[in-house]
Design a protein around this ligand. Structure first.
Ligand code: SAM
Length: 275
């Protein structure tokens, strides 16, 4: 587990120092967008949502979707962002929850946390915490909403992440995460080729596996909702993966998607014999 975390840490430390050249180098979560295939990291938010955000923060985002579409954050809520990176989603959560709310950004990479601290200077409702999403340094039952953007696929122990998420949520708390998923079983070779293309999906789960792990952790109202499917025309696939046979290309083309991963911690039952 430590080796994988170290590898991921180094990749994202490099990526944030070098954001301009990150896409296309395979150095980080990206996925080359063309008119024929959606970009993983770009175009995830409507322009008006980003209106108040410092412009450069869009270029520092390595997410693969918009976790806010179902999060419906209310003023005053406590929001936790797992693998917050340079902080774009923290900025948006800070606006949504307002001065009486609280936003916690958890990440293991110093360079990301340093950049987030600079980006979010002056936002008094945001706290940055260094730590692992598999072992969250947070008290149980203290968070209303968990968001995350393209992070859990990188974890070597996703079951542990989801159990930790369940632990820190309050009863009735929501889990609203954007992540990459496989839409069908793929061979190890195909996973490697897709990882090289996107830079971030080596450990993506299949949709059904994700839902099963969430339920095992205790979540209810579980849903895995596809938001972008990475399928390219055959000619482009042939150019992108020239070393693969047509059959191998068919296996991977369209097998990867971004998805919203949703769940809820069951609300507390009213005590029997009361009320
Ligand atoms: C793909 S980037 C996404 C960053 C951010 N969510 C965004 O949308 O820009 C992945 C981030 O997750 C962090 N990360 C990956 N694995 C982690 C783990 N096991 N524990 C804590 N942070 C992790 C990395 O340091 C990096 O900042």
């Amino acid at each position: 587990m430590d080796d994988i975390r170290q590898y991921v840490k180094e990749r994202y430390a490099k990526a944030i120092k070098n954001t301009a050249s990150c896409c296309g180098s395979g150095g980080c979560c990206c996925g080359t967008g063309t008119p024929d295939i959606p970009s993983m990291t770009r175009g995830n938010y409507d322009d008006e949502i980003l209106e108040n955000t410092p412009e450069h923060m869009g270029g520092q985002s390595f997410g693969c979707g918009n976790p806010f579409t179902e999060a419906r954050i209310h003023p005053g809520e406590t929001v936790l962002d797992l693998g917050c990176g340079a902080g774009l989603d923290l900025f948006l959560a800070s606006e949504a929850t307002g001065p009486y709310g609280k936003v916690i950004g958890l990440d293991m990479t110093d360079e990301m946390l340093e950049t987030a601290a600079e980006n979010l200077r002056g936002l008094h409702n945001v706290a940055l915490v260094k730590g692992y999403i598999e072992d969250m340094p947070l008290e149980s039952g203290t968070v209303d909403v968990i968001i995350s953007n393209c992070v859990i696929n990188l974890s070597p122990d996703k079951g542990k992440v989801l159990r930790e998420a369940f632990r820190v949520l309050r009863p009735g708390g929501r889990f609203c995460v954007s992540d990459t998923v496989f839409l069908r079983p793929v061979t190890e070779r195909a996973v490697k080729d897709l990882a090289a293309w996107s830079g971030c999906i080596a450990g993506a789960l299949q949709e059904t596996e994700y839902a099963a792990l969430l339920k095992e952790a205790g979540f209810i109202e579980v849903e895995v909702r596809r938001t972008k499917v990475y399928k390219m025309p055959d000619a482009l696939a042939a150019m992108t993966f020239p070393e693969l046979s047509a059959e191998e290309r068919n296996e991977i083309n369209g097998a990867l998607a971004s998805a919203l991963i949703l769940g809820k911690k069951p609300p507390e039952k009213p005590e029997e014999g009361r009320g």
